[in-house]
Design a protein around this ligand. Structure first.
Ligand code: SF4
Length: 373
């Protein structure tokens, strides 16, 4: 960890501490540098694509004491980043005041970068108090207008949500994002490439730029738990959407691509060409998947530790009993981790995401492949 007197390098396509490649190069093996904490199972929305939609509730149990979480974070030898997620983590004022603020203040004091995953649709005062201590506000943005927001954001509500209510929230989200940018927070808007967005990703990008977001994050959508019944698009359609976006994008905005199903070891020349284009474009980065490579997820209600907040992989330990570095070492020995831990330095690639491997490459032994550069 850094002391508070050391200055942190600015976050940029060349400095993304959430990318596990940095610690892999530095230490010669994967290390735990990132801890994600789930602090809420409550949310004011019910998005069609929500990765944790199955776990959302109307009332939630108490959380573990903050002191236990802080002491487990203190023990992580190479901690560089924390992320706070939900549900909507700011849904309850008490969670904001009693967990999120102290965690962010702790991180800022230790020179650790922080991120919150939020829909930023709640009143601005919740975000305002977090802003001075926060590095990245990560929001979802898959819309071309308020109607898209209404249809996507409440698809799983189970009851009709009036259009005017959704439209007000949509406006507030845009306004909140703008205000946070004004406060110096890096607002990173994430879009998924899926059956709804793949043909209008350029228009979505335009609105994200208009909102003032400094980063546009793009991930293909894969069918995990809550979103398992959504129509899938092909890898070719994903590739076409990325090309379309690269052709239309505003080059002053950092584009971060992640969890792509394409690798430099692919037999497809077209897929390798796209990766080459991504590597050569200014202000573009392709992040290796952090889940289980440099990051673990802690559920703050139970203390259970997971590879990600939405993984089908069961918990492999609990912070009430074990240190996080110890649990990370345990995970690295897991056969699932071993199946995706290939590494091609020439391509700055450290293997596929677990879900992607299962979906597209279940019979492929990545240890027998290497990047064709
Ligand atoms: S690290 Fe693995 S996935 Fe990446 S190019 Fe090499 S063999 Fe392929």
């Amino acid at each position: 960890m850094l002391s508070s007197s050391q200055t942190l390098r600015e976050l940029s396509p060349l400095n993304d501490p959430w990318d596990p490649i940095g610690s892999l190069v530095k230490y010669g093996e994967h290390r735990l540098t990132s801890v994600e904490m789930t602090v809420s199972n409550l949310c004011n929305m019910r998005c069609e694509h929500c990765a944790v939609g199955d776990t959302l509730v109307m009332l939630e149990p108490p959380k573990l004491p903050l002191e236990l979480m802080l002491s487990r974070l203190e023990e992580v030898e190479h901690l560089e980043t924390i992320s706070i997620t939900g549900g909507e983590p700011t849904f309850s004022d008490r969670t904001v005041d009693e967990y999120m603020l102290p965690l962010l203040k702790w991180a800022r004091k230790r020179g650790i970068r922080s991120q919150i995953n939020s829909n930023v649709t709640l009143p601005y005062n919740r975000y305002e108090k977090l802003a001075p201590y926060l590095d990245v506000m990560h929001i979802s943005f898959n819309y071309t207008n308020a109607d898209d927001f209404h249809n996507i954001g409440f698809a799983k509500a189970g009851h009709a949500v009036p259009r005017h209510t959704a439209a007000r929230m949509y406006e507030r989200m845009i306004d909140n994002a703008r205000r946070l940018v004004g406060e110096g927070v890096l607002v990173s808007a994430e879009s998924m490439i899926n059956y709804r967005t793949h043909e209008q990703i350029d228009e979505i990008h335009r609105l994200i730029v208009e909102m003032g977001c400094q980063r546009h994050e793009v991930h293909p959508m894969y069918p995990s738990s809550f979103a398992r019944d959504l129509p899938m698009i092909t890898k070719e359609q994903m590739r076409a959407a990325i090309e379309k976006l690269l052709n239309a994008r505003d080059k002053s905005v950092w584009m971060l691509f992640g969890t792509l199903p394409f690798y430099h070891c692919s037999d497809s020349g077209e897929e390798r060409d796209l990766l080459k284009r991504l590597a050569n474009e200014p202000n573009v980065s392709v992040r290796n998947d952090p889940d289980g490579r440099n990051r673990l997820n802690v559920n703050l209600f139970s203390g259970d530790v997971f590879v990600t907040d939405f993984a089908d992989v069961p918990s492999f330990g609990n912070i009430k009993k074990s240190q996080l570095d110890e649990l990370f070492a345990r995970w690295l020995r897991h056969p699932l981790a071993q199946g995706v831990n290939c590494y091609c330095p020439a391509a700055s690639c450290c293997g596929p995401n677990l879900l992607v491997k299962e979906m597209y490459y279940s019979d492929v032994d990545f240890h027998k492949r290497s990047a064709k550069m």
